[in-house]
Design a protein. Structure first.
Length: 335
């Protein structure tokens, strides 16, 4: 069933990454790795790391402010804030509520959404429904993660991969047939063990034992996630495009989750999308989880890589396991 009274599109974008940078050479000093291994296996050269005391809402606030400026919309016009994150300021209240107060979005509802690195596209999907049905007019969709807080800097197989950041978009009504054309969400909880932080929840609350055994850090079966990622990025992209009668040939800009350059290249190859139509910034940021796609989208928008009318496909995968894709016809965002 489809109740679509109007279109929903991105009216403005913003992003923020902390100033502090850790290069691959910095890692060589404290873990058994090399710049050469990291670059050839992942494409990552550096990542931004939040200073001590900095939390998700601090990064989100900067990205959101930039997105509101880009959309030319005051915070008081925002009806809803959805923040995709797995590293909120604290277990509760939500980071969205903290953000709502910080930016002065006095009329907005606010909640967080958790879908790992697919989170921002999940949040975009939720926001789109409210706008297409006319329930809300303006929604702030944020993806933010501070994965450095969950990173075990003694585990070389994961610590070189992640970075901190935030990306945001303001969604609003556009003409039918423009903006977000289709989205596709998926999950396979049988893969929950492949990528997780096992302690700190109701299953294994924090204790001296969990801290001593480093169970509050990210654990990942990298190879398994890799295989899943390539397959699902291809399938999810084709599915979202198919929903609006498009194919990979119609794509003007492909914006994949920035986890590993080899995953991006393998998916691009299978989709037969030319290299110049793929946006990559993984070298500069590493994997910023829920922030990865909105940061890339913001950079693509601000650098003029996306023009009005372009077909853009964003696709993510992550813990859960989850995946999410969106096909958009880009509208001219207000300045
Ligand atoms: O947002 C979703 C989050 N996750 C991902 O997207 C991750 C998906 N997976 C990946 O990106 C890749 O699997 C990794 C980058 C994590 C690993 O690359 P790989 O080509 O799959 O390497 P591997 O895990 O098969 O490891 C190959 C070797 C191993 O040594 P041995 O057993 O062959 O002697 C590792 O111990 O590389 C070793 N290794 C390292 N060596 C130097 C693992 N990490 C490092 C490191 N530096 N940082």
């Amino acid at each position: 069933m489809s109740i679509e009274l109007r279109g929903a599109g991105i009216l403005g974008t913003g992003s923020y990454t902390p100033e502090k940078i850790l290069t691959n050479f910095d890692f060589e000093k404290f873990v058994d790795t090399t710049d050469e291994w990291i670059v050839t296996r992942t494409g990552i050269r550096q990542r931004h790391i939040a200073e001590e005391g900095m939390a998700a809402s601090d990064l989100a606030c900067n990205a959101a402010t930039r997105a509101l400026e880009s959309a030319g919309i005051g915070a008081e016009k925002i009806d809803l804030i959805i923040c995709a994150t797995i590293t909120g300021d604290m277990p509760f209240p939500s980071t969205s509520c903290i953000l709502q107060n910080r930016i002065g979005a006095v009329g907005a509802g606010a909640f967080d959404l958790q879908a790992g690195c697919s989170g921002w596209v999940y949040a975009l999907t939720v926001a789109t429904q409210f706008i297409k049905t006319g329930i809300y007019n303006h929604i702030l969709v944020v993806g933010v993660d501070v994965l450095s807080r969950l990173t075990d800097f003694t585990d070389r197989s994961t610590c070189v991969l992640f970075g901190d950041g935030a990306g945001a978009a303001v969604l609003g009504p556009v003409a039918k047939g423009e903006g977000v054309l289709a989205t596709c969400l998926g999950a396979d909880g049988s893969g929950a063990e492949l990528l997780k932080v096992e302690a700190g929840g109701s299953r294994l609350p924090a204790s001296e034992e969990t801290v001593k055994n480093r169970r509050h850090y990210i654990k990942m079966e990298g190879r398994e996630v890799y295989k899943f990622a390539v397959k699902i990025m291809v399938e999810a992209s084709i599915k979202a495009l198919g929903e609006c009668s498009l194919t990979p040939e119609d794509v003007d800009l492909f914006i994949p989750h920035q986890a590993n350059e080899r995953i991006i290249d393998a998916a691009r190859d299978r989709l037969k999308i030319p290299a110049e139509k793929v946006f990559k910034n993984v070298a500069n940021y590493g994997n910023t989880s829920a922030a990865s796609i909105p940061i890339a989208l913001d950079e693509a928008h601000r650098s003029g890589r996306i023009k009005a009318g372009d077909v853009v496909v964003a696709v993510g995968f992550g813990a859960g396991l989850t995946w999410a894709s969106a096909a958009l016809k880009w509208v001219v965002p207000a300045k």
